[in-house]
Design a protein around this ligand. Structure first.
Ligand SMILES: Nc1ncnc2c1ncn2[C@@H]1O[C@H](COP(=O)(O)OP(=O)(O)O)[C@@H](O)[C@H]1O
Ligand SMILES: [Mg+2]
Length: 284
């Protein structure tokens, strides 16, 4: 449905996206994982036609993106929850959804049905009449997601959808993303939180300085670039860390030499993958 073919975009001397290629597979949550400034939002903006690539092409449903705003076909199939929340603060949740629904050509009973369904989807029905200015960060994020799907798009792009939200809203957003996937939507999910990519994404593109460093399932990325894990062993002497790819064997060897009180195995994760690929930590 969405294809990036050697796409680059610069701002002045800065190459924000550098020769990026990937293709969405059916039914997947596709992750763009990278630190702040990696080029994720720039890529998303090209995916939805807000920015035009300097080089390469973005294809949507097999066609080069039609950037003409009068061309409704593309817009109907795409839903974007932008990183910087795009809501009318002085309007209620309900009024925001009605407004954006009308922009997508909805009206009458159909619009009211969609508004009610989307409020319910993000669990804001009870507060639907409150002005958005009185919402918490988590509630705004959830409404931002509801606006992205008001027109029931096939492809939903979520740009850092959990920034500035409480843990409860964060979990609610995870559940909703999984629900959208189960309903058959294609999802592009950008984040700089490796736990989110690890939990939600079927495949993850690791992006650094505009470049694609690796693209695969989480398990395959860890297998290829994760390196050894760490066996943390506690004994009378205190805590010791041992790098190992075979924790049971290492534990056995240690137990032959010393009394192990308790232990913990820390397998490699996407953080380790990023570190091994770039030489830098994902978190700064
Ligand atoms: N409109 C713009 N003008 C100039 N520089 C920009 C603009 N948009 C993004 N950048 C720069 O491009 C790089 C990538 O930004 P962005 O795509 O927002 O990254 P991310 O979303 O991964 O944090 C950053 O260095 C950012 O400062
Ligand atoms: Mg961004």
């Amino acid at each position: 449905m969405l294809l990036f073919d050697h796409v680059s975009k610069s701002f002045g001397d800065l190459r924000a996206v550098d020769d990026l290629s990937f293709e969405l597979e059916a039914g997947e949550v596709f992750g763009l994982l990278g630190p702040n400034g990696a080029g994720k939002t720039t890529a998303i903006n090209m995916a939805v036609g807000l920015l035009e690539p300097d080089e390469g092409v973005v294809r949507f449903a097999g066609e080069v993106f039609d950037r003409d705003p009068r061309e409704a076909k593309n817009r109907q199939a795409l839903g974007l929850a932008p990183q910087s929340i795009a809501l009318y603060e002085e309007l209620s949740a309900e009024a925001n959804l009605r407004f954006f629904g009308r922009l997508h050509g909805l009206g009458g009973a159909e619009l009211e049905e969609r508004v009610a369904a989307c409020l319910d989807f993000v669990d804001l029905t009870d507060v639907r009449k409150k002005a958005v200015s009185r919402y918490s960060g988590g509630m705004k994020r959830r409404l931002n997601l509801a606006v992205a799907i008001i027109h029931d798009p096939d492809l939903v792009l979520l740009d850092e959808p959990t920034v500035g939200v409480d843990p409860q809203s964060r979990n609610a957003i995870f559940d909703r993303v999984e629900q959208l996937r189960d309903e058959g939507k294609q999802i592009v999910y950008t984040t700089h939180y490796m736990e989110e990519a690890q939990r939600l994404c079927d495949r993850v593109a690791i992006i650094d300085r505009g470049r694609l460093m690796a693209l695969d399932t989480v398990a395959a990325l860890i297998a290829a670039h994760g390196g050894p894990g760490n066996l943390v062993v506690h004994s009378d002497d205190g805590e010791d860390r041992h790098e190992t790819t075979d924790p049971l064997k290492t534990l056995g060897e240690l137990q032959a030499r010393q009394a192990v009180d308790h232990f913990q195995y820390l397998p490699p994760d996407l953080e380790t993958v990023f570190l091994n690929l770039t030489g830098r930590a994902l978190r700064d």
